[in-house]
Design a protein around this ligand. Structure first.
Ligand SMILES: [Zn+2]
Length: 403
């Protein structure tokens, strides 16, 4: 089997001729110590931490960085002057205080993102392919444009569709442009496959939201090939971990990110155990974070990948909280092959589900699927047939809404 492109990505980035766990850990310790000593020197946000660690095991003794810090002290975390910043992402809804969480990127940070996308997409996109990109196109260095750049570097043609078209509009583009590959969110892909059918599509990379196993399997059945999930978050430059030809988890770009999994008390868990992902982003030039609590729930898969790579692999990732409930619900509801999309509202003990379907679906079958996840709740459902002018029921990440 072909080894993951993550190996050649890391070797190229770091100027190495071979790669092993020892080499990766040595790079991580070196970059972490460089950051710690820089913080001491510049009297930065992390100035009170030790200037040097003897081993990576000592990382677990350092305090966490949280969303609150990113909301209120992003300026202090920033390593460089504002003139070097090429892009700022701000999230007005994060944190309990309502303050906006801000993340900054330099040109080099964005270039690293494109390079990782190129490595991840290189597993499924070939020269001459046409690739439909269903992520937002929000400006010159937005997510959509960075993916499009990676697609172009692979000698393929990006179709910049974004995520705001109606099903009818997507169907028209797919008919006219005959894309080979899809890049977008998992449920969005399943909705398209169910409304528009596979058409010319043969391969897909999914990212940006939870990937429940059932949704993955339904997509793979309709597409006739295995999906390539990707994981990234804003704090890691939107690019984190990619799937290799073994389809056995997502390889993390470990030369730039140190991953830990912690339990509810913040204690580090061993490989194989599920918990919250904590990242130390030693490769970010503008805004490196030490032990940032992502709020994402996953585990590190034990052992060496069947592809031969020793680069750490993450299992599928969900968000803690109501997005995790949504992923469980999607896992149950999308096994009904009539369902194109669904939206959920929780109100005390009540759970209202709105579903768009093709053909017909009985309320009893949908209710039973919802009850399998929420046995205690009072479930009500509303069902209607999908129309060409319908849009996805969630514009972005899927979450159980509450009133
Ligand atoms: Zn692998």
């Amino acid at each position: 089997m072909k080894r993951s492109r993550i190996d050649s990505f890391i070797m190229q980035q770091e100027g190495l001729e071979s790669l092993s766990r020892d080499i990766i850990r040595a790079i991580q310790l070196k970059k972490l110590n460089r950051l710690l000593s820089l913080e001491k020197e510049r009297n930065g946000y992390y100035r009170d931490l030790p200037a040097c660690l003897k081993s990576l095991d000592e990382l677990a003794t350092l305090p966490f960085t949280t969303d609150e810090t990113l909301a209120h002290q992003a300026g202090q975390l920033l390593l460089l002057s504002q003139s070097r910043i090429r892009r700022v992402l701000s999230d007005a809804t994060s944190g309990t205080t309502g303050a906006a969480k801000r993340v900054f990127y330099t040109e080099a940070d964005l270039e690293n993102t494109v390079r990782l996308y190129r490595a991840g997409l290189g597993e499924l996109v070939f020269p001459g392919d046409r690739v439909m990109i269903c992520f937002p196109f929000s400006g010159p260095q937005g997510l959509g444009e960075l993916i499009a750049e990676a697609v172009s570097r692979l000698g393929a043609a990006p179709l910049k569709l974004g995520c705001g078209l109606s099903y009818g509009e997507y169907a028209d583009v797919m008919e006219r442009e005959k894309p080979d590959c899809f890049v977008g969110m998992p449920v969005q892909l399943l909705s398209l496959l169910r409304v528009c059918s596979r058409g010319s599509l043969r391969r897909a990379l999914v990212s940006g939201d939870a990937c429940p196993d059932a949704v993955i399997h339904c997509c793979e059945d309709l597409l006739g090939s295995r999906l390539f999930p990707h994981y990234g978050s804003r704090e890691m430059g939107m690019a984190g971990a990619i799937t290799c030809p073994a389809h056995a988890g997502m390889h993390l770009r470990e030369n730039d990110i140190i991953a830990e999994i912690v339990d509810g008390y913040g204690r580090v868990l061993p490989e194989g155990e599920f918990g919250e992902l904590v990242i130390t982003t030693i490769g970010m030039e503008a805004l490196p974070l030490i032990r940032y609590r992502t709020g994402d729930y996953t585990r590190v898969l034990p052992g060496v990948c069947p592809c031969g790579s020793e680069v750490l692999r993450l299992d599928s990732v969900t968000r803690l909280g109501q997005e995790q409930e949504m992923a469980r619900l999607d896992g149950a509801v999308f096994t009904l092959e009539e369902v194109v999309d669904c939206r959920v509202k929780l109100d005390g003990a009540a759970c209202a589900v709105e579903a768009l379907v093709r053909d017909t679906l009985s309320a009893a079958r949908l209710t039973a699927a919802v009850k399998s996840v929420f046995p205690e709740r009072e479930v009500s459902v509303s069902i209607r047939s999908v129309l060409p002018e319908d849009h996805a029921l969630y514009p972005g990440k899927r979450v159980c809404l509450s009133s």
